[in-house]
Write a protein that binds this ligand. Structure first.
Ligand SMILES: [Zn+2]
Length: 267
């Protein structure tokens, strides 16, 4: 295997899983997705055991024996360090999503900016983002390391594979660690492109028909994601046009005047 790479799939031995978590930790640091000791990574070793990054360490500098094994209630089974302070969030995801075998949490700059602005990534701006993620909603704020945080993400875990955490960061998950990491990378890329379109002052959204075709392609490519398309997700050219609009005072007055004239003419 190439140095600094990981292969897809969740069926590996414990040593391979340890190596994968350390590699993904370096990737999170190299791509600027974490600062200092931020972020955490875990995976499901078997039905009863979770392998997780420890708390209070730079995720790009972890050694294989820094990792911690816990049970699904978060009780430490082995490891000299303490488990991630956000382990409860990871455990909630494993409990609610039997299809998930790996979880990635980080604070990538632009996606975290959207989370801090309370803005979901829910527009049909990029074909690849519609294919891979659908929408990325914002979970309400919860104090890190407390049950508040798990309660905040709980209503969304079942329906999405990537979540913005208000005033905090991003959590992504999937059937294996490579998929969970790719979803983190795609979320940040989606956020960067969305931001650039905001800066350009123009967004051309895909039509509902284009989105339908992408969803059909998702099945053809064998891509699996929990996010199903609804009237609001993703927002297409058609659904956006039935949404909120901005008018100047003059335009609003003209519209009211027109309606009044129309009404008079009918009497
Ligand atoms: Zn965090």
């Amino acid at each position: 295997m190439m140095l600094d790479s990981i292969s897809p799939g969740a069926l590996k031995n414990e040593d391979e899983h340890r190596r994968d978590i350390c590699t993904v930790g370096r990737w999170l640091l190299d791509r600027g997705f974490v600062a200092a000791t931020d972020g955490n990574i875990s995976l499901r070793l078997d039905p009863r055991r979770i392998l997780t990054s420890p708390t209070n360490i730079c995720k790009g500098m972890m050694a294989l024996d820094d990792l911690v094994i816990t049970d699904l209630d978060g009780q430490k089974l082995s490891g000299r360090r303490n488990a991630s302070s956000e382990l409860a969030m990871h455990l909630l995801i494993y409990r609610r999503r039997p299809d998930v075998n790996a979880v990635c949490h980080a604070h990538p700059l632009v996606a975290t900016g959207y989370a801090a602005a309370g803005l979901p990534l829910n527009k049909a701006l990029l074909s690849e983002a519609v294919l891979a993620l659908g929408c990325v909603p914002v979970a309400r704020y919860g104090t890190p390391g407390t049950p508040e945080l798990t309660e905040a993400i709980e209503p969304l875990v079942q329906s999405y594979d990537a979540l913005l955490m208000a005033n905090h960061g991003v959590v992504t998950y999937g059937p294996d660690l490579l998929t969970a990491f790719f979803r983190m990378e795609t979320t940040e890329h989606f956020a960067r492109v969305a931001l650039v379109t905001e800066l350009l002052g123009k967004q051309v959204l895909l039509s509902s028909e284009d989105v339908e075709k992408l969803l059909a392609a998702r099945i053809r490519y064998g891509l699996q994601t929990a996010a199903t398309a609804t009237a609001e997700c993703p927002v297409t050219a058609e659904t956006a046009s039935t949404g909120r609009i901005t008018l100047t005072r003059q335009e609003l007055e003209a519209l009211i005047e027109e309606a009044v004239q129309h009404d008079r003419a009918r009497r």
